[in-house]
Design a protein around this ligand. Sequence first.
Ligand code: SAM
Ligand code: SF4
Length: 343
Amino acid sequence: MTPYDAVSETPPRAPLADSLGRKVTYLRLSVTDRCDLRCVYCMAERMVFLPKREVLSLEELDRVTSAFVSLGVRKLRLTGGEPLVRKGIMDLINGLSRHLRSGALDEIALTTNGTQLAQFAEGLAAAGVRRVNVSMDSLNPATFARLTRGGDLTQVQAGMDAAVAAGLKVKVNAVALAHDNAAEIPALIQWAHARGFDITLIEAMPMGEIEADRTDQFLSLAAVREELASYWTLEDLPLNTGGPARYVRVAETGGRLGFITPLSHNFCEGCNRVRVTCTGTLHTCLGQDDATDLRAVLRSGASDKELVSAIRDGVWAKPHGHDFRIARGAAPAVARHMSVTGG
Ligand code: SAM
Ligand code: SF4
């Protein structure tokens, strides 16, 4: 038994919920702010990463996650930065998989850029991971390299192949960008659906300072959907994951297509999720600066009871909704980068 098993065995007093009655059952945990790519909409070219001591250790990541699990979180998604570049990531995942075996967690999923997936796919599957979201914004190697500032498309696609071979379900994530990939969106959808992958399009969100002007990159998914619907049959699916994605089935390809539209769609009433950054800050809303410093709690020698209580208090104060706007010349709505918070 590890010291943290005790946390997971404590029966929850009441489900984790906010003051508006929304139950929180989904945790997205950023395990690092580092990455081997520098996507233009996500990071600055010369990104300054956090000093190591500011980032939670593997033991702290396990402890904080286990506290959420003890409070009724059923789904965990590991993200970053790039989760697979975190040293010891498999030790963390193998440790957390005890919550899958005990039945406390339904799922551990991963969002990755796919560069290291060929090497990790089998280990992930063995640890009980069933699904990976892989980001791929273009099918053109040159465009992909430009958007990721150096990424190798064949490496990412080989990662997806390895994931399939290991029995993982793959979903493709693509950020829709007005100039860079707007014209290839139908091809991306066909590519994913031909392989049996779901694909989700994401609107660029104003998070963190980057070099590019976001008003130039922004592409409304309402417009994309309208265009797709002019030649494809998009059938609404009732699937609701408690997040900002809305799904359709494309009759012609038979595949599922998601739209994540934080800017043009209000999804906050049904929101079931919170995020913990790699520095242990609990953010209960992606689009607000609300924050609870769980690292300070962890490092003050707090008991599990105190940790759980800090989490409950943070979640209770979850804001009713976000306040994203993309205005020319405006500061980002949220100063932190997506790579710190976790997408
Ligand atoms: N490195 C992994 C990856 O790329 O999948 C995980 C972290 S990444 C921050 C998670 C997702 O957020 C990716 O699909 C990425 O495309 C998306 N993303 C990053 N910055 C974004 C932004 N400013 N607006 C919208 N999506 C963003
Ligand atoms: Fe890295 Fe993912 Fe951000 Fe791209 S989107 S820079 S892969 S963290």
